[in-house]
Design a binder for this molecule. Sequence first.
Ligand code: AMP
Length: 501
Amino acid sequence: MTDNLFTRFSSPALHRNKTFLAPPGRQAVSFAQAFDQAGRYAQVLTAHGAKKGDRVAVQVEKSAENIFLYLACLRAGLVYLPLNTGYTAGELSYFIGDAAPAIFVCAPRDLEMLKGIFPQGTVLTLGDDGKSGSLLEEAADQSPDFPDAVLGKDDLASILYTSGTTGVSKGAMLTHGNLWSNAEVLRREWRFTQDDVLLHALPIFHIHGLFVATNICLAARASIILLPKFDIAEIFRSLPAATVMMGVPTFYVRLLQDPRLNRETSRHMRLFVSGSAPLLAETHREWSAKTGQAILERYGMTETNMNTSNPYEGARKPGSVGRPLPGTELRIADDGGKALPQGEIGMIEVRGPNVFAGYWRMPDKTAAEFRADGFFITGDLGMIDEDGYVHIVGRAKDLIISGGFNVYPKEIESLIDELPGVAESAVIGLPHKDFGEGVTAVVVLNKDAALTQDQIMAALKDRLAKFKQPKAVLFTDQFPRNAMGKVQKKLLRDQYKDLYA
Ligand code: AMP
């Protein structure tokens, strides 16, 4: 028996003629075509000397070809290492130095740049049009019958670099066992079948679009409408053929602003999933009111895959990320890793087959983020309510300590977000000579709204203890966000760092 994820996805082979990928404007790709092309790519990669455990770094646009390459790496026991397509030469040099890949696959236009920063390795190219690139050319006369590597569950499938908004980016090592267990759990929990068609508009260099979305469909033999990116017009064009959509909260916020979103246009959809950043309770409610469907919010991270999910059947609570998934243990702990009583706020820690094998070549960092009993310290603060649902109150590093008191930004943000005229808010701590940190609200208003600092402060006055009330309310047109829609609080803190100086 092998734990090779590809072997599991491709057998039994009953589904080979079914559509796997449907990229709009291009011919659909069956499972057989994808698996065969992955076999040819695997022949090329191994012919260039890549051996089991070697890293294959990939900076290629989202495309069917890129997914074949991912499958090729799985087949051959190579470690797929996708990189954000926005990374520049300087950033890529860091990843090359750290990961020491055997092969780098880049877009044809980047070949010269890559050769310059990776003279010691093999550089192959792959276009996103199915027609260009040396990998494609070399694959053309290869046999699709590649013997899948026989692997154990602890063999590495992928390294995903964390977004590194605080300090150096770390390579999270994910094993074939990690990815298989999470794909299977989510397939069952979210009731995926081969009749499903997923509308896929997420990037595939991140855990959400690559593993959550793609692996579930591979496990369920479901089809994917593969959009190159999130584009409202394309979403509405593709929606009628889909049954499920996965997105980050910004997708949902933007779709809500479009008059085409209503009960009729989403009637045939059986599931909308949100994750990677907090979904505002208000967005959840508005979505239900407009479409008649409750968004299912889940919580995970690069290092752990998915940890919790709201239920498929049963209450999907706005503002909560649901209960721990089967097989995943989750506790709310104090600074020493001791479980806290239900209802208290503390560090979210998780343990289970979904949790990664550690940071690539960083044993000390790995050791620092695991407890002796195997629980991983997520860095997220949360609490569990009386129904066992998890609520995230923020990242530990975003916790504000003002005058010696802990202030959880989410509590204040939720109150501000409820005020008419507010689109969204981010509460941050800024250096303050009396308080250490001064609680500060940064607010984005809806178009035409004219709320002032005084009005917002007055609205919070009777609802929050004095130490939690913002010392200042600032206004901005939009928040800085990363590719997954996460608000970059660090950038906000940098921007306003002298406010109380
Ligand atoms: P990443 O590794 O880029 O996927 O980021 C993981 C982090 O995103 C988590 O540690 C959380 O802070 C945040 N996150 C993911 N899903 C959610 C969610 N549903 N609600 C709030 N935060 C989330």
